[in-house]
Design a protein. Sequence first.
Length: 184
Amino acid sequence: MNIQQLVEKCKKRNERAEKELFFRFAPKVLSICRRYTSDEALAQDYLQECFMTLFKNIKQYDAAKGPFEAWMYRLCTNCILQAFRKTKREPKLEFRADLPEAILTEQSIDDVSEELLLSAIRQLPTGYREVLNLFIFEGWSHKEIAAKLSITESTSRSQLTRAKKMLKQFLQPLMAKNYEKRLA
């Protein structure tokens, strides 16, 4: 069954279709959730909240406006950000002055496994992680991020810069260990 047929059945509250949609997209949605928190239990909670929101709002999806996956990912991102607000956990914007210049090159970043990258992203402070996720993975502009997180555009830009530097700092030793394992 293709995505459009599956979505149409989900709009009619077909339980088998909902289950199939969940199992088809849960790994990808969980990956998004994990990028926003370092707590695995919280990532699982976000996953559940995302799918509850998705099934509640699936009738609003219009195939003429774009692909289902794009709509779903945007809905999930907004759901996660809303969950932050519900729990009154404001994004912590942390400014660290002690970030050394990284020695990673763009080429070496391309060689990073998804696991290593996710591990490094999950180590970032909450504010850095949110801005990085929204800008890099969700494709939001600094203006959109600033409006959504109630920060200024310049804060969004500086958080992104600092997040990238910190990621490089985290990835350098992880990549060295990974490289050594491959040589052994």
